[in-house]
Design a binder for this molecule. Structure first.
Ligand SMILES: [Fe+2]
Ligand SMILES: [Fe+2]
Length: 215
């Protein structure tokens, strides 16, 4: 897709200034969803500071990741169908996941976000996937851990605050813990688990099918 480029900070940061992105999100989202985006941005900034990542890029991800969440389903499907990557079918047919790829396409076409790493993080923020970059992991975790989210994450937030996920592999451990908690919750509700989340968990923990105990 020719509107995507990976350009360095300086002459162009690969995205609009955060204030302009904030105004875009404000114009597209309900109060509730906009507030979630701001809390996700603050959490992403905290995680970027903790793990040595660019905090402004984390803020951009938090502000923009859900900009298409309240678009009509047909519009989300139309946008996602134009994604430059060959996405697995569940990403294009399951309503909960559509808004990630839809937002990436929407933001890229608008020129609001042009950086390939940021667009990849936005595409996959709901389910995660293996081989996510650190910013993608930070958004994945921030979206699930922001303080407005339900209380079943409180224990994990406390472990983060207590330093359990400090250190060079901390972000990967944190994302694995988020994936595990998410899978537990989803299964407890009787819902299907997104393939991307299962594969992300296995990739982050180094587990493979051969290590499973026989039962
Ligand atoms: Fe989302
Ligand atoms: Fe979100």
């Amino acid at each position: 897709m020719d509107c995507i480029e990976t350009d360095a900070h300086g002459s162009s940061a690969g995205y609009w200034p955060p204030d302009r992105l904030d105004a875009l999100a404000r114009s597209l989202l309900s109060d509730e969803r906009y507030d979630h985006s701001l809390r996700s941005a603050d959490t992403a900034v905290d995680l970027c500071a903790r793990y040595g990542l660019d905090a402004e890029r984390g803020r951009v991800l938090g502000i923009t990741h859900d900009v298409c969440k309240e678009f009509p389903r047909a519009e989300q499907e139309r946008l996602a169908a134009g994604h430059w990557e060959t996405l697995p079918p569940y990403m294009l047919t399951e309503g909960r996941f559509l808004h990630g790829p839809a937002a990436a396409v929407y933001l890229a076409k608008l020129g609001a976000v042009r950086d390939a790493e940021l667009l990849d993080a936005i595409t996959w923020h709901t389910t995660g996937r293996p081989d996510m970059g650190d910013l993608g992991l930070a958004l994945y975790a921030a979206d699930k851990l922001e303080p407005g989210r339900s209380s079943w994450r409180d224990g994990l937030r406390a472990r983060l605050d207590a330093g359990e996920f400090d250190g060079p592999s901390g972000l990967r451990s944190l994302a694995a813990a988020v994936a595990a908690l998410t899978m537990d919750y989803v299964a407890s509700q009787g819902w299907p688990i997104a393939p991307g989340t299962l594969v992300l968990y296995n990739a982050l923990t180094g587990e493979d099918l051969g290590s499973w105990p026989a039962r």
